[in-house]
Write a protein that binds this ligand. Structure first.
Ligand SMILES: [Ca+2]
Ligand SMILES: [Ca+2]
Length: 525
């Protein structure tokens, strides 16, 4: 065995030969390599896109970024912050394209901006807000591990980092920071005032991001700062002689998963914010008239759980209706062209659909055994509920979650014009209505509803969800066809944000027109 002296001598020979054979350039590269291994670049000098911390953006960084985006390697949170070049809170092929631009030097290197507000819900200036809605602020990167979000404390009078006010009075609320520390939510402990302008204030003083820097609250590229967000709530004052009519049907799953419908009696319908006074129940033939009703747009809960059912229950849905002053015959907007005005469909949720979700590990949820027995191909469809991520408005964690197939022609609200979804699922729970983190979804890769062709591996499409808070369908984030071509999966960091109705829509048919705008995280600006 060679001794230490031999090892040193052979190392020196190799080093000398290397310098002699490859010249000074190789020598200096070796020295530079040593310097960077020993002392990584200072954070302030590290450009965004530099994932190996050597101070420059190279193909090595691109390789790391692609490995992370494809799920093969997970970058630590502090490193991943440098991989989100377009600052949409997720890391995918759009960021790869920007890294390539940096490598080709068509884009100038840039320092990593401070953590800032990515978006809020409701957005600043949004109107027609339901009285039961929460306020959520999403950040461009995770907060520090020890970050705490406090709201107004009525006992001490301390306002906290995130608080809501109306008419000079602070509203009672509960602040919750998500477990990935990417969003903070105010759950109101009192109904929001109706027909009111509510102001939410975010004060970032004292808050640090995952890199230990001060959070840029007001978006002026300097740490700290205070920003206010205003939104207007709906009016729910009822008007005598005003009402909304319709019929509620249940959707039953029969042999071979054939779907049939029947009128549902005993379905409870309540107006959000006036649940005890503005309410009705469906008759034997499924019909209802909700009167008196608010005028203009208002939100309701249509609850099939009170309709009974053998071996399961009918689902519930929150949606928006429109009351026309002085009319009792205003029909619920039809969901699709082949649905009569006034018709509402609630899927049946068989016993065995709901599975307990784990507090300590991710839980995979698939269709119920009876649905899979009739169509084994549907075993591909699954959602992955992250550990301890299901929670109720009051903060209670855990519960049961299930998925069930939905006929795309029997949706709770019409899809935007031109959008067709090959498969729609409903995600149901036994009560809790919030996911702390995005819930990844996997659908089968079905032929495009327009072209009839299966999208190729790597093809992009969109997760489309019915947002019961806004009463509209929305693009949530990108999905990608997996390498084997069998599945289409949400990109890392993308997933359903709340239980309800969800599908996979091709980008090509979306158009981005009308009320269906393309969010930044789907490639829009
Ligand atoms: Ca680098
Ligand atoms: Ca991104």
């Amino acid at each position: 065995m060679p001794g230490n002296g031999d090892t040193l001598r052979s190392w020196w020979r190799a080093f000398r030969n290397s310098v002699l054979c490859h010249g000074r350039l190789q020598f200096f590269r070796s020295v530079l390599f040593c310097v960077f291994v020993i002392s990584p670049v200072h954070a302030a000098d590290r450009p965004v896109g530099d994932l190996d911390n050597d101070g420059v953006v190279t193909a090595l960084d691109l390789a790391r970024q692609i490995s992370h985006a494809s799920g093969q390697m997970v970058l630590p949170e502090g490193e991943a912050a440098y991989a989100d070049l377009n600052r949409d809170g997720i890391i995918n092929s759009y960021d790869s394209a920007l890294i390539i631009r940096r490598i080709l030097q068509t884009d100038e290197p840039a320092a990593l901006p401070l953590a800032a507000v990515l978006e809020t819900s409701p957005a600043n200036g949004e109107a027609g807000i339901a009285l039961t809605r929460e306020f959520t602020v999403h950040f461009t990167m995770p907060s520090a591990l020890d970050a705490v979000f406090a709201t107004y404390n009525p006992n001490t009078g301390a306002p906290g980092n995130l608080y809501a006010e109306f008419g000079g009075r602070r509203l009672l609320a509960r602040a919750e920071l998500s477990s990935d520390r990417r969003k903070a939510t105010l759950f109101f402990l009192e109904p929001l005032p109706s027909s009111a302008r509510v102001r939410v204030t975010f004060n970032s003083a004292g808050l640090k991001d995952i890199l230990g820097r001060n959070v840029d609250g007001d978006g002026d590229a300097v740490g700290g700062g205070v920003k206010a967000f205003d939104f207007d709530t709906l009016g729910i004052t009822p008007l005598t002689g005003t009402g909304v009519t319709g019929r509620v049907f249940g959707i039953d799953v029969g042999t071979n998963n054939a779907l049939s419908t029947r009128p549902l009696a005993g379905v409870t319908i309540t107006v959000d914010g006036a649940e005890q006074t503005l309410r009705t129940t469906t008759a034997t033939d499924g019909t209802f008239t909700l009167t008196p009703a608010p005028t203009g747009r208002f939100f309701v809960l249509v609850d099939g759980r009170t309709a009974g059912g053998t071996g399961g229950y009918y689902a519930f849905v929150g949606k928006a209706w429109e009351g026309i002053p002085g009319r009792l015959d205003t029909a619920v907007t039809p969901a699709t062209a082949d649905t009569a005005p006034g018709d509402i469909y609630l899927p049946f949720i068989p016993t065995g659909t709901l599975q307990p979700v784990s507090a300590t590990q991710d839980t995979t949820i698939t269709f119920s055994p009876s649905v899979l027995a009739a169509d084994p191909a549907l075993a591909d469809v699954q959602i992955m509920v992250p550990a301890n991520s299901l929670f109720a408005d009051n903060g209670a964690r855990g519960g049961r979650v299930g998925i069930a197939p939905v006929a795309p022609a029997r949706l709770p609200e019409p899809l935007p014009p031109g959008l067709k979804l090959p498969l729609v699922i409903t995600i149901q729970t036994d009560g809790a209505t919030n996911f702390d983190r995005p819930v990844p979804v996997r659908f089968p890769n079905l032929p495009d509803t327009t072209t009839g062709k299966k999208p190729l591996p790597g093809a992009k499409s969109a997760l489309v969800s019915f947002n019961h808070d806004t009463g509209t369908w929305e693009l949530v984030g990108p999905m990608t066809v997996a390498a084997d071509g069998k599945f289409v999966e949400t990109d890392p960091g993308v997933g359903v944000r709340q239980p309800g109705w969800h599908g996979n829509g091709p980008f090509g048919s979306l158009g981005g027109g009308g009320a269906f705008t393309m969010p930044r995280r789907c490639g829009g600006q």
